[in-house]
Write a protein that binds this ligand. Structure first.
Ligand code: IPM
Ligand code: MN
Length: 357
């Protein structure tokens, strides 16, 4: 198969973790005889430094012309601590999501047997947890206007906006996934307070009628946050708006054992983007210590979702599981008093595993 991917390493640890994920993708493509073409482009703080724009037009063009985008992470303390900064790296990520029409962010939350003890949650609660959070990604508070400050600077406002069609398409997607899984959808909202949530619930109820084989459950987000760590095995497919999904998926990483393990796929109208859910961890940049597995697993999602390459994705997941079982991992998920390895060493281990498979 001919595959053209755009590689956007971004900031902080982005380049290191992307290198591992890309090297693994190359090896898998060699092994299965796929013709991989990749091009690298700037996004985030490094793009601001180089061009003044966190998502330059040239980067967008490359994404549009590619079959998939492999994305690292963005963000830099240089901008975080400067409330007056006019452009921020995060705007690059948001602009990319908006311009590519990536309205659905799919974040699988699963456990890895050898990491169960790493979770602060009791193992019997999380062992076997396996759900999927589908986060709306191009609406809500992240994009609603007006947003800003009053003239005197003493008041700030964000606006949460959702239209019916935005809710319909994401809720439908959730039901389609549920059909292929354990046939349960949990709609998470705050319909007791927010008008947008009431519209979500209304629309979701209509769509639920089209899927009589799927069980539907409605939860308020505060309750969902609690139930997620109390009874994570109750969930199959969770669907929610942008901000709630952002918060709940970080919470979900506690079930997995580390934020460094959760991949994601963002799909929608144009080219899909595959990225770890964690940030750019600027303090670790260049130190070769970051856990590359969330990005490696994102590459596996890319092969499966964007190219339909199930076997290729599986071999990557197998390699990741084998590295966990062999305790050949970075510090964040290393067992107490066990040796741990550098980002690049873990990458090399995974590549050797795949080559010898
Ligand atoms: C994520 C991140 C982003 C988000 C930030 C970096 C803008 O936290 O992908 O979850 O809030 O969506
Ligand atoms: Mn987040």
């Amino acid at each position: 198969m001919k595959m053209k991917i755009a590689v956007l390493p971004g900031d902080g640890i982005g380049p290191e973790i992307i290198k591992v994920a890309l090297d693994i993708t190359k090896v898998v493509c060699e092994k299965f005889n796929h013709d991989l073409e990749y091009n690298t482009a700037l996004v985030g703080a490094c793009a601001i430094d180089a061009t003044g724009n966190p998502y330059p037009e040239s980067t967008h063009k490359l994404c549009m012309e590619s079959d998939a985008v492999l994305f690292g992470a963005i963000g830099s303390p240089k901008y975080d601590n400067d409330p007056t900064a006019k452009v921020r790296p995060e705007q690059g990520l948001l602009a990319m999501r908006k311009q590519l029409g990536l309205y659905a962010n799919i974040r699988p939350v699963t456990t890895f047997p050898s990491l169960i003890y790493k979770s602060p949650l009791r193992s019997e609660l999380i062992d076997g947890a396996d759900f999927m959070c589908i986060r709306e990604l191009t609406g809500g508070l992240y994009f609603g206007r007006p947003q800003g400050r009053s003239e005197d600077g003493n008041t700030a406002y964000d606006t949460c906006v959702y239209s019916k069609y935005e809710i319909e398409r994401i809720v439908k997607l959730a039901y389609e996934y549920a059909l292929k899984r354990r046939k349960k959808v949990t709609v998470v909202d705050k319909a007791n307070v927010l008008a947008t949530s009431r519209l979500w619930r209304e629309v979701a109820k209509e769509i639920a009628l089209e899927y009589p084989d799927v069980e539907t459950e409605f939860l308020f987000v505060d309750n969902a946050a609690m139930r997620m760590i109390q009874w994570p095995k109750d969930f199959d497919v969770m669907v929610t708006e942008n901000m709630f999904g952002d918060i709940l998926t970080d919470e979900g990483s506690v079930i997995t054992g580390s934020l460094g393990m959760l991949p994601s796929a963002s799909i929608g109208i144009h080219t899909s983007v595959f990225e770890p859910i964690h940030g750019s961890w600027p303090q670790a940049a260049g130190k070769d210590i970051a856990n590359p597995l969330a990005t490696v697993l994102s590459a596996a999602m890319m092969l499966e979702y964007a190219f339909g390459l199930k076997e290729e994705a599986l071999i990557i997941r197998e390699a990741v599981n084998a590295s966990l079982d062999s305790c050949y991992v970075t510090q964040d998920i290393a067992k107490d008093n066990m040796p741990y390895y550098k980002t690049s060493e873990v990458g090399k281990w995974l590549i050797d595993y795949i080559k010898n498979k």
